[in-house]
Design a protein around this ligand. Structure first.
Ligand SMILES: [Zn+2]
Length: 311
């Protein structure tokens, strides 16, 4: 009798556990799945995905633009292609990767975007078929309209190969027999590069420049979430760790001062093209992007659709 009752209770417990929507983890993971492998968005919202080598790279180059998309209800995902487990003076390995992942999640939360950290080792990234397929799957799952990435010219090999890997994915996302477990896109997204300062073999060309004056506080708040980077590793490797203030408010003000540079002449010219002379010359903080020749090449009307906050 008691055995039968125990069995019945166990059966009920197992049923409750297996019922969709009952188990909290199952519900959370279902919500975390992007819905966009089936076709273009029908809700008028854009899907933007950006790739950086490390957890903080996308934030530096496109955090303000991402905050503007998020404020309008568009979907943005940042992807760190490595887990950041090497770039620190006193920490490393799995513990550092876990810290960086938590910082990235918090950074995304602060501006209302999704943040994925792929589990590839920091400082060891190579443009392999395995990582190329990871990137193809990310772009397909997000059903991206616009893909952002670094140019393949950079001092850091991880940055360089992230640029190569995204270029390598720029056509393959529409080829069904490549990574066939994730349905291919039926239209190639537009691909664009982040701004950088490298001059060879050719300097960055700011085809689009976005004023981020209205979201600069949000961007700094996002960067502030990466404490292990902006307050520890980056100042240490630049030999100015002693310049980082101790207090939370003071170091955030320091971060804003050190990261708030004026647009250069080429970006200024692009700003005046898109915003007009008066507004373009008044912009103090901007992010700029160069159209990649691979993927869909956008005309001006398409650029305005992809950057709906341009006037
Ligand atoms: Zn980096």
């Amino acid at each position: 009798m008691r055995v039968a009752m125990f069995t019945a209770l166990m059966w009920a417990a197992v049923q409750a556990f297996n019922t969709p929507g009952i188990h909290p983890d199952a519900e959370a993971s279902a919500q975390a799945q992007p819905e966009r492998t089936k076709g273009p968005a029908t809700d008028g919202k854009l899907n933007i995905i950006a790739f950086g080598a490390h957890p903080d790279d996308c934030d530096i180059r496109a955090g303000g633009t991402a905050a503007k998309y998020a404020a309008l209800g568009h979907r943005v995902r940042f992807v760190a292609v490595t887990n950041g487990d090497a770039g620190h003076q006193t920490e490393g390995g799995g513990a550092l990767a876990a810290r960086r992942r938590a910082e990235a999640r918090e950074a995304g939360r602060r501006i209302g975007i999704d943040y994925v950290v792929l589990d590839n080792h920091d400082g060891e990234l190579l443009p392999t078929l395995h990582v190329r397929e990871q990137i193809i799957r990310q772009i397909r799952e997000w059903n991206a309209d616009l893909v952002l990435a670094p140019r393949p010219n950079d001092y850091h090999p991880d940055h360089r190969y992230t640029g190569v890997l995204v270029q390598d994915a720029a056509y393959m996302v529409v080829v069904p027999n490549i990574a066939p477990d994730t349905p291919a896109l039926r239209r190639n997204p537009v691909f664009m590069y982040f701004q950088d300062g490298f001059q060879r073999p050719n300097p960055f060309r700011p085809d689009v420049a976005v004023s981020i004056d209205d979201v600069i506080d949000k961007k700094i708040d996002m960067l502030d979430a990466h404490a292990s980077q902006f307050y520890e590793w980056l100042p240490w490797v630049a030999n100015n760790l002693e310049s980082v203030p101790a207090g939370a408010a003071e170091r955030k003000a320091w971060l804003r001062k050190s990261r708030g540079g004026e647009p250069n002449a080429a970006v200024r010219e692009s700003l005046t093209k898109w915003y007009g002379a008066e507004k373009g010359n008044a912009v103090r903080h901007a992010e700029a992007f160069e159209i990649c020749e691979y993927g869909t090449r956008p005309d001006e009307a398409m650029i305005r659709k992809l950057f709906p906050f341009l006037p």
